[in-house]
Design a binder for this molecule. Sequence first.
Ligand SMILES: [Zn+2]
Length: 84
Amino acid sequence: MFAVFLIVKVANSARAKGPVTTRACPYCQQSISKAATKCPYCCSAVKAEKIGPAEEAELTKGLKSLKEKVGNVAKTAKKAVKIK
Ligand SMILES: [Zn+2]
């Protein structure tokens, strides 16, 4: 349970620092994915925004560091369980 909490915490912090991949829906102003073609909040059809190569590279980079962080947390959690 504790390990799950840690992973969620790290994932959330990484997401907060990550590149902006969302935009406001032109109809309801809710934050939606840039790649979305339909707003999940008001169901309006929206045009998908292209993610540039720079943003995509940053996304991949962010994902890699996130995986590393999750791996480290998992190791720490395993150690913590052993100590108990
Ligand atoms: Zn909307």
